[in-house]
Design a protein around this ligand. Sequence first.
Ligand SMILES: Cc1cc2nc3c(=O)[nH]c(=O)nc-3n(C[C@H](O)[C@H](O)[C@H](O)COP(=O)(O)O)c2cc1C
Length: 399
Amino acid sequence: MALTLATAGESHGPEILAVLTGLPAGLALDRAAIDRELARRQHGHGRGGRQKIERDAVEVRAGLRDGVTLGSPLVLAVRNRDWANWAAVMDPWQVDPAKAERKRLTAPRPGHADLAGAWKYGHAADLRNVLERASARETAARVAAGAVCRQLLALVGVEIRSGVLALGGVTLHEGAPTFADLMRVQEDSPLRSLAPEREGELVAMVDAAKHAGETLGGVIGVVARGVPPGLGSYATWEERLDGQLAQAAMSVQAVKAVAVGAGVEAAGWPGSRAHDPTLPGTNGLRRGTNHAGGLEGGVTNGEEIVLRAFMKPIATLRDPLPSVDLTSGEPTVAAYERSDVTAVPACGVILEAMVAFVLARAFLTKFGGDHIQDTLAAVAAYRQRLGPLGPEGFTRSPR
Ligand SMILES: Cc1cc2nc3c(=O)[nH]c(=O)nc-3n(C[C@H](O)[C@H](O)[C@H](O)COP(=O)(O)O)c2cc1C
């Protein structure tokens, strides 16, 4: 069965959950590595007060014993420490209505899911019923699951990195990045950008935006290297991996556009510039360039997978936009609740997790295996079948 990921949980509920089905048995997981990814998601200058409250750490509810997957659904949980402050508001049974001193939200924030969600699910009387789930707190579960997928992919040498290419309209890197470009990112820097030397200037820009009651978006680059060729397929539209990666990236809250490789720029180039020459390499074939971003025909071609994602500014504004109270119909301003000024650095970490999940799903679809040793044996057989005319990096022995 294909790898699946479901998440559950409200932003201020007791916990956020991830359910991964279809993982092979026998995969040893490193808890500290999952927690490191969760900490990376919380990092970044411009985050709101919530990150000071939370200390995200993974807990396992099912599917793991002695640190090794069982082949059964893996259920991960990340507790919301803030729940302690919200237990009465978020009470699932309303055991004590008197205690639930609810502050109902009725003025939808333009740019957030509030209005569309109120109409769709009948939540006009309290938009909290929308925002609790539409909030990006949900991505803690995606990052935990993505960290598991990374550990699977690492067994065949796949590595994934990200970095901020532009913030608030300031470009820090022109065009699509390579993995080597992303090595410039200093993980503990305030903004995880490709220009660490300019981060002082960027921090001041974020602070100025905060002071002005503004919010900022940006552009993130994500690159995966060491990805086996042949993941995804051109055979049916759903199997095209560029489409799957774009959907996964667009599903991240506030991401509004995704580019694969030099896709955007290449639309204006002649074909002779846009496409990547195939050349003989040492022990395999290599490409002269990687404008395709590692995907041709919806199939990985052994080159680096290169994505860029474009994130809109945060929707919650301290100086709110006009809105309408959904209970009275009167004009008002949108609700304000503690919020990030920018979350572009964190968005990169979430995108890495989504890329890891989509690649792991395609990897397991191709190589299968109830036990991880079956999976790795299938990879070895494939590597042998491709032989010296496979991609240079893959036909060599595993890294
Ligand atoms: C890491 C991250 C943190 C976010 N933090 C906030 C926030 O604090 N306040 C807010 O209004 N939106 C925040 N957002 C964005 C909203 O979740 C997003 O604007 C909302 O889902 C609507 O965007 P959509 O139309 O793309 O879904 C965040 C997004 C991400 C990825």
